[in-house]
Design a protein around this ligand. Structure first.
Ligand code: DQA
Length: 147
């Protein structure tokens, strides 16, 4: 795992970030997220690659790709957080640090959002920090990777 690239993976509906329920998810887009995270990573000598898929299998395949191409994963699996054992299994096959990021505070919302399969693997969990949470996860990933 010699890569200096942190994968930022996003699940279903997050392609609509900035347009979808802005009262919950804000006005920033995934492009804004990528730009902010890239700046934070660059300060520590890392880079980021951001992906989004509306398909569970698409996210699983991106996690497989991370095995060869990424040193850490920041993941917002969207609604799959609460349902996907397949994503948990894929993350368990990734050796680097994993940080789970939710824009909203899922614990303040419906009870079906309170359980996360991904948290069984995540080294850290961010919820309710808006899109800033992604950059905070990237910062943490950089410091963990730097040892
Ligand atoms: C989310 C929270 C999930 O419950 C929801 O299904 C999402 C986004 C968040 O970022 O707050 O799609 O992961």
């Amino acid at each position: 795992m010699s890569s200096k690239t942190i994968f930022i993976l996003n699940g279903p509906n997050l392609n609509l970030l900035g347009k979808r329920q802005p009262e919950i998810y804000g006005h920033d887009t995934l492009e804004d997220v990528e730009r902010n995270c890239a700046a934070v990573a660059a300060e520590a000598g890392f880079e980021v690659a951001l992906f989004q898929s509306n398909y569970e299998g698409g996210i699983v395949e991106l996690i497989h790709r991370a095995r060869d191409e990424a040193c850490a994963i920041v993941i917002n699996p969207g609604a799959y957080t609460h349902t996907s054992i397949a994503i948990l299994d894929a993350l368990n096959a990734f050796e680097g640090p994993v940080f789970e990021c939710h824009i909203s505070n899922v614990h303040k919302r419906e009870s079906f959002r309170h359980h996360s399969y991904v948290s069984l693997r995540a080294d850290g969990v961010m919820a309710g920090f808006g899109v800033e949470g992604y950059a905070l996860c990237v910062r943490r990933a950089c410091s963990v990777l730097a040892g």
